[in-house]
Design a protein. Structure first.
Lengths: 409, 415
């Protein structure tokens, strides 16, 4: 029966070719959009690794802080910074405050280094914080200890890393106490400037870019541990007591401006930042989704039209089948079956094309699971879609009266 | 002749309304999406106020600096700094006027305890000469204001509404980040698509709290160069690039790359970044064309398959015309004209729908202050797109139609 359906589809290959291309295109559009959706859903279900409610970020425009040019006198700047942190701690609305330079959660800019780890390059986000960052971000410590006051004076640099990064560096071995050494592609150890980094603790996932992005490789270390000469932190995170009103912002800005009159201060809440990054990341998905939906509706209507036409043109065929005793149901099965056979071929072609994406790593950061989910869902949707499209034309075919049909023309 | 074709076309379109509706829906939707994209692109590239001299303007807003030490690479990609622009972009022959201004930052004002954030831009005096802002009241600040560090500000209408409740603002004081500025002018809101002109608040460069930026090579600044004419572009670019090669970075970087770009080239930079940080316009255009082609694929196939199946409806007509001596070419011509006619109707619907969608985009404020009215240029694009789609989806079915054998066509049954 099934072989027979394929044969029927093959016999009408010229008429079916366009239909087939259309089905392949529909399937691919579905696969692509659903991969994006699946990827986001998969990421969404994982924990963020930190708490953003009641956390505000302060951005400071620091005069004389030159990132790319040579060193300038920064002693005064550091003194100013310390005075400001002291002032922040003195405010009763503030639970905890810590610098987190450049790498603020939910922001697009980030400071990372790409270094060869065990031969392949890995992007590692560096978070320069103080021990209080734990109370601000409420990370989940799963092994070892968090940073402590006094860490900055040690001869080596105590570093807390994320779980994934520890696994990348040391596999399943215990990373605590190990030194972070990076190798070049040829296997030689790479020399670093400054103190050596030793892992003292491991935190669970940390996903500062938000729910839609994968967990990152990250290092946390004390902002003063390098005693950098050329800059001071320009982003401060503060955790407020729950229930602090928005109007506290003015007081916060005023008091920072009192301590540091030549700095420019602006404040925003992480919750707002999160919303705006979410919106800007979901907007393209919504647009692609809507366009894909309309494309598929359009293709569906087209397929109904073409089937309708071909069913009416095959009137004699239905007449003959009915005259030889075929039931209305079996005629209907034949029409839908032929379409299904076509859809199967289309899915096979589309599947072969689609599987190239993960194999060739066209999109980075898309987990295999997303492809699998998208493929399965597309399969189910295409199946339903074909059934819906075939419903009316196949019913038309059963309306043919054998006697009339045989007299056709 | 054409009139006859159109008459026949209308008759046929009205005969099977379901098919006509499907075809029209497909055409209209496809063209609408393209028109929304095209009209947004038009608002980005066309010389609209305040960038009325965009056709003669080159902008420098992106550089790429590199240093390699073994496998460790240092890479900076982003805006140039003031010092770099001052050294490399000033006094280039062929340039009539040039301006250096900061990228947009945020300035905070408190109005009765409520925070108001404005996107602030620090500019020089020439900025106001090159760009043609529409002043509602007052006027721009001048090069003298800039040199003497007067605390004066130009704001847009939206900022006037937020901070002064919409009342006349010239002469009043505005506090931004704790500094007091006297408002000298109010301009009409500028759409976000006018990249070098947009903003809420403009103040002189000399009022930046620390003037240290004047020594920075990288970050936070852009320049626009107004050329005497378009023909000067290659010379200006060459001069800027050769000066860029000689910048002393005190060993921080090995090379600094980049060029002065037209608006189109800077958009191309996102898709086609050639070697040495210059935009690869050809690659970008190819990428754009490929994206449009990918989008057009499904609708075109859909239209073709509907058209092919409609041919059989008309086999008797075709048979008669062939029997009476119409050539294949005639039939192909007729069918393509019909199809283009249908696409033009779809194009008209699409134009209306696109206007609606753009209205919604404006309402949702996805592109701040944008005014996406459909102008004559976009109308012409719509016309061209409709004809293009008509040809694309008409040629194959027309060819199939012209090959019908007259006798079998008259018989009515063609498989």
């Amino acid at each position: 029966m099934i072989r027979h359906l394929f044969k029927l589809a093959w016999n009408r290959r010229r008429a079916n070719a366009l239909l087939l291309i259309e089905l392949v295109a529909c399937f691919l559009v579905l696969c692509l959009v659903l991969t994006m959706v699946a990827q986001n859903v998969i990421h969404w279900r994982k924990p963020l690794g930190f708490e953003y409610e009641n956390v505000w970020r302060m951005n400071l425009l620091v005069p004389n802080s030159r990132v790319f040019s040579g060193p300038t006198e920064t002693d005064d700047l550091w003194k100013g910074h310390d005075r400001m942190m002291l002032a922040l701690r003195g405010m009763e609305e503030i639970e905890a405050a810590s610098p987190l330079d450049i790498n603020v959660p939910f922001s697009n800019s980030m400071m990372s280094s790409t270094t060869p780890v065990n031969g392949s390059p890995a992007t590692v986000r560096q978070n320069l914080v103080t021990p209080e960052a734990m109370d601000v971000l409420r990370l989940e410590l799963i092994a070892g200890r968090w940073l402590e006051n006094g860490d900055e004076f040690l001869e080596w640099k105590p570093v807390v890393v994320t779980r994934d990064y520890a696994r990348l560096l040391f596999g399943d071995e215990n990373p605590l106490g190990e030194t972070i050494v990076t190798y070049r592609a040829d296997g030689t150890v790479e020399e670093r400037e400054g103190k050596e980094k030793r892992i003292v603790g491991v935190v669970a996932d940390y996903r500062p870019r938000g729910e839609l992005f994968p967990a990152e490789y990250a290092e946390f270390y004390h902002v003063r541990s390098e005693m950098e000469e050329t800059w001071v932190p320009r982003h401060i995170l503060v955790r407020l007591l729950p229930g602090t009103p928005r109007s506290f912002e003015e007081k916060l800005v005023r008091s920072v401006q009192q301590v540091l009159p030549d700095h420019t201060v602006s404040v925003s809440s992480l919750a707002t930042e999160r919303e705006s990054t979410l919106r800007s990341n979901l907007m393209p998905l919504a647009i692609y989704g809507t366009i894909a939906l309309f494309l598929i509706i359009m293709a569906g209507l087209g397929i109904i039209g073409v089937l309708w036409q071909s069913v009416t043109r095959r009137t004699e065929e239905w007449g003959v089948r009915r005259a030889f005793g075929a039931t209305a149901r079996s005629v209907r099965t034949q029409v839908i079956g032929e379409l299904m056979a076509l859809a199967l071929i289309a899915v096979a072609i589309g599947g072969v094309l689609f599987v190239q994406l993960p194999i060739l790593h066209v999109f980075r950061h898309v987990p295999w699971a997303a492809y699998v989910v998208a493929f399965t869902a597309s399969l189910a949707i295409t199946g339903t879609f074909v059934l819906v499209c075939g419903a009316y034309p196949s019913w038309l075919a059963t309306r043919v009266h054998p006697a009339e049909a045989l007299q056709y023309e | 002749m054409l009139k006859n074709y159109l008459k026949v076309a209308i008759k046929i379109l009205l005969r099977r309304k379901f098919y006509t509706a499907i075809s029209l829906f497909g055409i209209a939707f496809t063209l609408m999406v393209l028109l929304v994209v095209v009209s947004m692109a038009d608002h980005l590239f066309a010389p609209l106020p305040p960038e009325v001299k965009l056709g003669r303007t080159l902008q420098i807003s992106w550089i790429m600096a590199k240093k390699e030490e073994g496998e460790r690479k240092r890479l900076y990609q982003g805006s140039p700094g003031y010092a770099l622009l001052d050294q490399c972009a000033r006094d280039i022959p062929g340039v009539e006027n040039m301006s250096i201004f900061s990228d947009l930052g945020t300035a905070t004002t408190f109005v009765n305890g409520e925070k108001v954030e404005s996107r602030i831009r620090y500019t020089d005096g020439e900025y106001w000469e090159i760009l043609d802002f529409d002043f509602v009241e007052g006027g721009p600040f001048t090069a003298d204001d800039e040199r003497d560090g007067h605390f004066v500000a130009v704001i847009n209408e939206a900022t006037r509404k937020r901070i002064f409740g919409g009342a006349a603002a010239v002469g009043r004081l505005l506090s931004a980040d704790g500094r007091q500025y006297r408002v000298v002018g109010v301009v009409k809101n500028v759409a976000k698509t006018r990249l070098s002109a947009e903003g809420d608040l403009w103040v002189p460069l000399n009022t930046v709290p620390s003037q240290e930026f004047r020594n920075e090579l990288m970050g936070d600044f852009s320049a626009i160069l107004l050329a005497e004419s378009k023909d000067e572009f290659p010379g200006i670019k060459a001069e800027y690039e050769s000066r860029l090669a000689h910048v002393d970075t005190e060993g921080m970087f090995d090379t600094i790359d980049g060029t002065a770009m037209t608006r189109f080239e800077s958009a191309a930079l996102t898709f086609g970044r050639g070697e040495s940080g210059k935009p690869d316009v050809r690659q970008a255009v190819l990428v754009w064309a490929a994206m449009i082609a990918a989008f057009l694929f499904l609708p075109t196939i859909n239209l073709i398959s509907i058209n092919v199946s409609r041919i059989y409806e008309r086999s008797s007509e075709i048979g008669i015309r062939k029997a009476f001596g119409a050539s294949s070419l005639h039939l192909v011509g007729q069918f393509i004209v019909e199809n283009i006619f249908l696409c033009l109707i779809g194009g008209a619907v699409a134009l209306a729908a696109a206007a609606g969608v753009l209205g919604v985009i404006e309402k949702m404020d996805l592109v701040p202050y944008a005014d996406f009215t459909i102008n004559f240029r976009v109308f012409l694009y719509a016309l061209a797109l409709a004809v293009f789609l008509g040809l694309l989806s008409g040629v194959f079915p027309a060819w199939r139609m012209s090959r019908l054998h007259p006798v079998r066509a008259l018989h009515g049954g063609v498989r």
